[in-house]
Design a protein around this ligand. Sequence first.
Ligand SMILES: Cc1cc2nc3c(=O)[nH]c(=O)nc-3n(C[C@H](O)[C@H](O)[C@H](O)COP(=O)(O)OP(=O)(O)OC[C@H]3O[C@@H](n4cnc5c(N)ncnc54)[C@H](O)[C@@H]3O)c2cc1C
Length: 401
Amino acid sequence: MQLPEIEVGLTEEEIAVRDTVHKFAEEVMRPIADRLDRLPDPADVIADGSELYKVFEQYRALGLGLADTDDADLDPLPRARMRALINEELGWGDGGLAISLGVADMHKFFARMTGRPELIERYCTPESTEIGCWAITEPSHGSDMLRVDRTNFEPPARPPDCVAEKDGDHWIINGQKAAWVSNGTIADVGVLFCSLREGDNILGGGIGVVPFDVPGVTKGKPLDKVGQRALNQGEIYFDNVRVPDSYIFIKPELYTPVVEMVLAAANQTMGCVWVGCARAAVEHAVAYSKERVQGGVPIFEHPHMQSRLFKLFMKVEAARSLVRRVAYHNSMGQAKVEYSIASKVFATNTAFEVCSDALQVFGGNGLTKEYPMEKLLRDARASMIEDGCNELLGSLAGSKL
Ligand SMILES: Cc1cc2nc3c(=O)[nH]c(=O)nc-3n(C[C@H](O)[C@H](O)[C@H](O)COP(=O)(O)OP(=O)(O)OC[C@H]3O[C@@H](n4cnc5c(N)ncnc54)[C@H](O)[C@@H]3O)c2cc1C
């Protein structure tokens, strides 16, 4: 079943793209995510021959990747409308895979920004199949890496876990990023957020593109976690990794504004993805309530059931209205991180509440792996920590008011 759609003025192109992504979400993402979720060992999710790679291949074949797509020529607002539709459908398919597909392309923006021809030719052509990642958090620095209202580089902050030091016209990178880097175990390249050091002094933050096939890069094992199990995550280790100066092209003076820009984009995208998850939960609950006969009638007919379902429907609509409004605003070039955070926090909290209440509609069946609700609830739970713990994001956004 599909919920009604009231978005005003969808163009034929928007409807066509949304329908294409919906088909991909339904026929490719959902069944594969379901099978990957059930694998007891997360190493099997990323093993050679895993169905995970089919998701990447088929998504690329659609030409809908983040940075090199058919919509790249659109003006900012129509592009934002298109992206919001795409991201919601991907989240409807599977939240973890949606994030995996999203971060997989992140390095393309940054590779272009370096201006280095060898990076652009390697990573930014339609034939480029490299998988990227966003390596920002560290073992000793989680939520604080996203606190753009404070510095992480002055005492009493703990020393950074990943440091680049200048050596002539190169940087030498040492240390590691957290076990939480999405796509970390399979990434070919990363957008690295690290600390820059000169002698004993930390100069501040740096951001750059680091190919992972250079000597000294190794990766951790995939995390075994409660939800979003199709999304692989793991550490990246750096042992005297040498990259040209221009690969780490964001220096301390621009570090914080760029973190803010990336956080604003990431949180806004998260909002759309997790509205998709919440919408999926409501659709499952409505469909189940009409099928499940108990006490002689479908539970849909029991007292309060329709108003319970309506409350879920209303929450999804409210979250969708907010996330799309933020997406459209951000596209005009003046992204406001507090609005992006509102989008992410509201949508992920909504996804969790709606998945929990939708599971309740399934009664005991909701708790079993025979039905989709327990997976959706686990996936939504992880989203409240992903891209920053919701309460920490809340205090960051609050500091901007
Ligand atoms: C599904 C998923 C995907 C992720 N993807 C990526 C990725 O692609 N790249 C990447 O680099 N990282 C990624 N992360 C990491 C994520 O950004 C961090 O997990 C998140 O920022 C929280 O950091 P932490 O886990 O270290 O928790 P901590 O920062 O240690 O927080 C633990 C608890 O302490 C609270 N807390 C922390 N600081 C304060 C404070 N100052 N005041 C009050 N309370 C505080 C928090 O609210 C939380 O409840 C991902 C995480 C998840 C779950």
